[in-house]
Write a new protein. Structure first.
Length: 346
């Protein structure tokens, strides 16, 4: 009996660690007191409330979760949410469970699961989902005793993001030169990316094209994204890894450009979308702690940015897509390398 209790306690501790590693935070009362077993995560417009309980507190805990959910529903507007998904997880090897509570509030959606630690399986009620926001995966990781994936720590704790600043200044100098000099058009033709130029062996165009811009608005739009995503990426990855991410994304953007869009193109958009792709993957994996945006907001930004790109014939949207894919893959490679390094060190 003691062994079973110990295993249950260890599982709950492991599951709590898994939740905290994924940007969930512990539930607290209005007075700041911790509510044991309750975890929250805001993914606008949805507030997720997770409650974990087992046989010894099966009488009181469901009522605690229900009451807490109702209380949080009063603060939805303040949290910029419109709905609550309240998930009660009952830990038991015995069949059966508790029906999801009924809330007379259309903004609250209640789901109840029974989780078998022995079978490592979620049992959902009739008509209820057995997968929700990846929580079923966290339960499995806890049951298998896996260590939570620790979110990456910023490589730069202070100082200026010099790589971003250098890229911006270089783009500004080149824009001034191409705008004020009589050879602006010839520079763009000589250093912009084009299928014919690459086929002739002028591979330098992959690099030079990503630092040239057609005008102030073109540079300004890219600089806004460089500031928002670039600064965050450089602080997180460090300048060396950031530059690799930036350049590889730009190369992938250029490659997609010549393969799918045979035009003369310039601009940092491919590299910029690579930064967006990396931050998108980061947000998907670890929540809004790094970007300040939740996954739903990031997804909306990506879809609208790429979608509207197809509506403007003057935009090389295939470069955007290539850069986004390239940046996403580079970040996933970084993540895999870091995990291998961690395994070796431990």
């Amino acid at each position: 009996m003691d062994i079973i209790v110990d295993n249950l306690i260890k599982f709950i501790e492991k599951f709590n660690e898994q939740l905290l590693s994924q940007s969930f935070f512990e539930g607290r009362t209005a007075n700041g007191e911790k509510v044991p077993g309750i975890f929250l995560r805001i993914e606008n417009p949805v507030l997720y409330i997770i409650g974990v309980f087992e046989k010894d507190n099966q009488e009181e805990f469901p009522e605690i979760l229900t009451t807490y959910t109702k209380e949080m529903s009063q603060d939805l507007e303040e949290m910029r949410c419109t709905h609550i998904i309240s998930l009660g997880i009952y830990l038991s090897e015995e069949e059966g469970g508790f029906p999801a509570p009924v809330y007379f509030d259309e903004r609250i959606h209640a789901v109840n699961w029974r989780y078998s630690i022995e079978k490592k399986k979620v049992f959902a009620g009739a008509g209820e989902p057995d997968r929700l926001f990846g929580i079923e995966k966290l339960l499995l990781r806890a049951a298998e005793g896996k260590v939570p994936e620790v979110p990456p720590k910023p490589e730069m704790k202070s100082g200026l993001p010099w790589a971003c600043i250098f890229i911006f200044l270089l783009c500004v100098v080149l824009l001034i030169d191409t705008t004020l000099s009589a050879r602006g058009g010839s520079m763009i033709r000589a250093y912009g990316i084009s299928r014919s130029g690459i086929w002739q062996g002028e591979y330098y165009r992959f690099i030079t094209s990503m630092f040239l811009h057609s005008g102030i608005m073109h540079l300004l739009s890219n600089s806004i994204f460089l500031y928002y995503f670039g600064f965050k990426a450089e602080y997180l990855l460090g300048s060396k890894r950031f530059l690799i991410l930036y350049l590889v994304s730009g190369l992938c953007g250029g490659l997609f450009s010549i393969l799918f869009h045979d035009v003369l193109a310039i601009g940092a958009s491919g590299a910029i979308y690579g930064l967006m792709g990396a931050m998108f993957v980061l947000t998907k994996l670890y929540g809004p702690r790094y970007t300040g945006m939740n996954y739903a907001t990031m997804l909306l930004l990506v879809v609208t940015s790429i979608g509207f790109g197809f509506l403007d014939m003057g935009i090389d949207n295939f470069a955007h897509i290539g850069g986004f894919i390239g940046g996403s893959l580079v970040f996933l490679i970084y993540r895999k390398l870091d995990r291998k390094q961690k395994e070796i060190s431990t």
